[in-house]
Design a protein around this ligand. Structure first.
Ligand SMILES: [Zn+2]
Length: 108
């Protein structure tokens, strides 16, 4: 198997181009990660909640990372386990794994 000088030259140029491109993308990736870190810290310090925590289907997906916005407890009235969730700065009692309100606990 042999390559012409021309194709070797092309391969060398392609290698240089790829290395330059990878370097550029690494710089861009670092910059994007820095920006993401800034955005995350802004969001963390506010009461912002990602939209998917409010929509119906995915409300439990990020449960672990939302511990400050939700917790489980027993209903004072019927002793069933319920989940307290903070949505739009208001706490409400919800049925576990559901977006339905737990109705008998109106005071919270
Ligand atoms: Zn209850």
């Amino acid at each position: 198997m042999s390559y012409s000088d021309d194709s070797l030259k092309k391969a060398a140029e392609t290698k240089e181009w790829l290395e330059r491109k990878i370097n550029e993308l690494e710089i861009e990736l670092n910059s994007l990660q820095d920006t993401l870190a800034v955005v995350n810290s802004v969001l963390k310090s506010s009461s912002f909640q990602p939209a998917h925590t409010i929509t119906k289907s995915n409300s439990m997906v990020n449960q672990g990372s939302l511990s400050s916005n939700s917790y489980r407890k027993s209903c004072n009235v019927c002793q069933v386990e319920i989940e307290m969730r903070k949505i739009d700065d208001r706490w409400g009692a919800y049925i576990l794994d559901s977006d339905e309100r737990h109705k008998c606990d109106n005071d919270e």
